[in-house]
Design a protein around this ligand. Structure first.
Ligand SMILES: Cc1cc2nc3c(=O)[nH]c(=O)nc-3n(C[C@H](O)[C@H](O)[C@H](O)COP(=O)(O)OP(=O)(O)OC[C@H]3O[C@@H](n4cnc5c(N)ncnc54)[C@H](O)[C@@H]3O)c2cc1C
Length: 462
């Protein structure tokens, strides 16, 4: 058995673990051991479907110390007018370079891939090599960091919850590009971002919308991508912030809140006649929205229980089908709900969302707060968890936590200066665009409404 000693043991080298470690080693002189059961850093991106892209611009994804992509606005294609969005291959290459050229090169980070973390006891923390079975025990001088807490659930690593009869062709979206037999049609199962990506890809690849059947038990709310742009287009993101806080200040409940944002064009839904019950922070462009609306065969019969050669069985009814249909399983949750847990505990850090919807920015913020050396109570005040449940109703508690965190961190001069320059912060260039009337208007609105937004959220949530 090998023995290792370190200041921080970080389990998980996905976007969360990488952004956390990158900022921690930049802000403090510590030693870190990283462990992941996968063969490289990158987390779920290593197994993503081949046509996946970031939902958000690359300009504020990854780690603080290194640019991802070229911070360029696309001038053609479906993303024209918006900042570029990396593919999974680009993201995986990026994380590998961050690890090799920055973290390992610092001499203060060691990485153990293909290693399963097994827990801790009085003797220390234990992980086991998936290749050799060799066990390593780690003595942690400062903290254990669980960077798996908001781990993504993805189709290629997920077992569908419904029964599948023999001979029925159910595949994850990853396998779509390898199909070698003509399908009579495609049934896409799921209502989230993966399902939307799959439908968009099928349409782009020339599949007739009438040959796509979309099983969508619950519809979702999506952020209009036009409002998530940083850098030269940061006015858009500042407008999102301002409209969000105005809605929080005026709403009577979560439905009212989201409808106000819809009226402002910030939130969108595929079918204007259906009230969505889901919000997972995914973004969508109006171009994608138009294409998705061309799929008219939408099935809202609840969850699938079984797929047979002739029938799909739902909770209370069934639907006839045919044996040549290809079913694309997009039911993995992506961002599964987590039970609330403080970010900072005496000997443990649990990175999770502390900003609304940007995983790397949250993880880097938590590392910057950890490096500030304050006590655990104050650190938790600076990082209230923004706990996504996936339900539209969670919009109000996540807004309250998100605004409270921004408020608390802005009162700390060092942290505030770090935030202003952090490349993972979508608003980082706002102060340099004060001559833009839309940025000015957003700042004025935020200053006028942030207090009443917190008051109203407390009132409505009480
Ligand atoms: C298709 C898709 C697109 C997305 N797009 C965006 C986006 O544009 N912007 C955004 O902010 N978020 C996006 N997300 C949300 C996403 O959750 C985060 O961006 C982020 O990649 C999640 O990283 P993570 O490190 O938390 O989890 P993961 O990527 O799942 O990484 C967790 C890691 O922990 C390891 N691990 C787990 N348990 C153990 C163990 N016991 N021992 C050792 N290792 C272990 C796993 O192997 C894995 O590598 C997207 C999610 C999906 C699925």
């Amino acid at each position: 058995m090998r023995l290792v000693e370190t200041d921080y043991l970080v389990v998980g080298a996905g976007a969360t673990g990488m952004a956390f470690v990158d900022t921690l080693v930049a802000q403090s002189d510590v030693d870190v051991v990283m462990v992941d059961r996968r063969h490289r850093p990158g987390g779920h991106w290593l197994d993503a479907y081949p046509f996946v892209r970031l939902h958000q611009p690359s300009a504020y994804y990854g780690v603080n110390s290194r640019v991802l992509g070229n911070d360029r606005v696309d001038d053609s294609g479906p993303n024209a007018g918006f900042y570029e969005r990396s593919t999974a291959a680009e993201i995986c290459d990026y994380y590998n370079r961050v690890l090799q050229e920055h973290l390992l090169a610092s001499g203060r980070v060691r990485f153990f891939p293909m290693s399963d973390y097994r827990g801790s006891d009085a003797g220390g923390h234990h992980f086991v090599s998936r290749l050799t079975g060799a066990e390593t025990t780690v003595t942690v001088r400062r903290k254990f960091v669980d960077a798996t807490y908001v781990e993504s659930s993805i189709p290629s690593r997920h077992t569908p919850m419904y029964e599948i009869d023999p001979g029925v062709h159910v595949i994850p979206p990853n396998a779509l590009v390898d199909l070698d037999e003509r399908a009579s049609g495609f049934t896409v199962i799921g209502a989230g971002k993966t399902a939307m990506d799959t439908c968009s890809w099928l349409l782009d690849a020339g599949v007739d919308p009438d040959h796509i059947r979309w099983i969508r038990p619950r519809d979702g709310w999506f952020l209009n991508r036009a409002f998530t742009q940083p850098l030269e287009l940061v006015a858009s993101y500042m407008q999102l912030q301002a409209r969000w806080v105005e809605s929080a200040a005026a709403c009577g409940d979560a439905t009212d809140f989201v409808h106000r944002l819809e009226a402002d064009g910030v939130m969108i839904r595929i079918d204007p006649n259906v009230e969505p019950g889901v919000f997972r922070g995914a973004t969508l462009s109006l171009l994608e929205l138009d294409a998705l609306r061309s799929i008219e065969n939408v099935v809202r019969l609840g969850r699938v229980q079984r797929i047979g050669a002739k029938h799909m069985v739902f909770d209370e009814t069934s639907l006839s089908t045919d044996a040549q249909q290809v079913y694309v399983d997009c039911t993995a949750e992506g961002l599964p709900p987590v039970s609330p847990r403080p970010v900072f505990e005496t000997d443990r850090i649990t990175p999770q969302y502390v900003t609304i919807g940007v995983a790397p920015w949250s993880a880097a913020t938590i590392a910057a707060v950890e490096a500030s050396g304050q006590d655990e109570t104050r650190k938790n005040e600076l990082c209230p968890p923004v706990a996504f449940t996936g339900e539209t109703s969670s919009l109000l508690p996540i807004s309250r936590a998100g605004i409270a965190g921004v408020f608390a961190r802005s009162a700390e001069p060092v942290l505030s200066a770090w935030t202003e320059h952090c490349r993972l912060n979508p608003a980082r260039e706002a102060a340099e665009h004060l001559d833009d009337p839309k940025v000015q208007e957003a700042f004025t609105s935020l200053a006028a409404n942030i207090g009443s937004a917190m008051e109203n959220l407390e009132h409505v949530l009480a």
